[in-house]
Design a protein around this ligand. Sequence first.
Ligand code: FE
Length: 196
Amino acid sequence: MTEHSHLSDMELRVRSLESLLTDKGLVDPAALDAIVDTYENKVGPRNGARVVARAWVDGDYKQWLLRDATAAINSLGYVSTQGADIVVLENTDAVHNLTVCTLCSCYPWAVLGLPPAWYKSFPYRARAVKDPRGVLAEFGQILDDDVEVRVWDSTAEVRYLVLPQRPAGTDGLNEDELAGLVTRNSMIGTERLAGD
Ligand code: FE
């Protein structure tokens, strides 16, 4: 069974469980939303941010990450339970990488946590491939014409993590401070960091 069919089955089970527990007064939907928000925006993406910051300060680590991201990420303790390999995509002055799952919502949970609702939405999945510059513009990112946009379609077997460029003017920052600059969306590819 592929993860695609697996996921929708799982989502159905989760939704029916949630409504059952809510009906019985056992859970507060607002509290569940707060937990999901935490994993979408805070806990999960911080792992990816630490991977990015390490690559920015350690050239050997960066080369390892680009060559074998699964192993390099595992070495920091962020181990995927999804059985999928992670591939890291390096942004440069000439190339911007954007990730999507056109079929459903495949996403590198070990480094980014839960996918945001828009990542799972049909408009994003449909348009990221057909009109990536238009999608980026809606995220407030206007890329120069000479920047090539590469779109990567995630699968059950391979998940992607974007390595943004280290922002200019950050020479004096340590690894923790650098990690604080890395946003979730910059690792999905819908944002370029200042100077990226
Ligand atoms: Fe998927």
